[in-house]
Ligand binder design. Structure first.
Ligand code: GUN
Length: 282
């Protein structure tokens, strides 16, 4: 079984961005500028945000963290985002999710201008994706497509199954795979026969957010499995798929940690670069 590691793919994305940055130096443009808005004190979010800042430093991007208290109102977050929309020095804005329970993440994400939408999560960005006209797509789903390209996993006319329909992974991934000419089935929490559907899948993408929910033999023999889940259990990190007995059953699988994880940050940098370039050359 081949282990599909994210690090070499993420490194290749960083190299691509570094090459694009030479144009910024040549033209004496301001470096791409990403602003992350973090509301409250979710420990996992704080870790993600620090990774994002480190990635910006590594590339010499400008990075700003706007921290709002747990008690911030909808109007506080809205005003913060509107100010960033108007700020010409800002290329990309990311509203870190999840938000505290009293805030509506869909409504607030929608405040971000589509041309600054680092996550591709506004309705305009999602609509563009459905029409095959997206500038950026959600970082994790775009990162998974990069992994397929890097490891030469061809999905044209393959039966692929996505498990999970979140706006941040499952749904954008469904559209990106369709754009790659895969035959895509999307399963979700109300699908009754997921394991039966999986028995038919050449490539399966699992993003349901439940630790060790699937076992290797739930998939077809020789399938490729992309595990998007990441969970912190007392015994360590694990994904949505239990890798036990995967070696003799699957052709390829992403490890957790070290599989899809590193791609999310790399693609956030790539999306920031894409929006910064759009901003400068239109
Ligand atoms: N929380 C965990 N992952 C993500 C992501 O990719 N984008 C946003 N906005 N929040 C997240």
């Amino acid at each position: 079984m081949i282990e599909l590691k994210g690090k070499p793919v993420a490194d290749s994305v960083f190299t691509e961005i570094t090459n694009q940055l030479t144009l910024f130096t040549e033209k004496k443009w301001a470096m791409p500028h990403l602003v992350v808005v973090l509301v409250g004190e979710n420990p996992a979010s704080e870790v993600y945000v620090s990774h994002k800042e480190k990635a910006c430093q590594k590339l010499n991007f400008k990075s700003t963290l706007v921290k709002l208290p747990e008690t911030a109102t909808e109007s506080d977050v809205r005003q913060t985002l509107e100010k960033l929309n108007q700020d010409q020095s800002v290329d990309a804005v990311l509203l870190q999710l999840p938000l505290p329970a009293h805030l509506d993440s869909k409504k607030l994400t929608e405040v971000i201008y589509p041309n600054k939408d680092a996550d591709g999560l506004t309705q305009a960005s999602l609509g563009a994706l459905m029409a095959g006209q997206q500038k950026v797509a959600s970082c994790t789903s775009a990162g998974i497509i990069k992994m397929l390209e890097f490891y030469n996993i061809n999905v044209v006319n393959k039966k692929v199954v996505v498990v999970g329909r979140s706006l941040i992974v499952g749904l954008p991934l469904f559209h990106l795979l369709l754009q790659k000419n895969a035959t895509v089935t999307l399963c979700h929490s109300k699908t009754e026969n997921i394991k039966q559907v999986l028995q038919d899948a050449d490539v399966a993408f699992v993003a349901i957010g439940k630790p060790n929910f699937f076992k290797a033999t739930d998939f077809k023999k020789g399938a490729t499995v992309i595990d998007v889940g990441i969970h912190r259990l007392p015994e360590g990190l694990c994904g949505d798929v239990n890798p036990e007995s995967a070696a003799g059953h699957l052709s390829a699988m992403t490890p957790v940690p070290g599989g899809v994880g590193p791609m999310t940050i790399a693609m956030l940098m790539k999306n920031t670069m894409t929006l910064a370039l759009e901003n400068r050359i239109g």
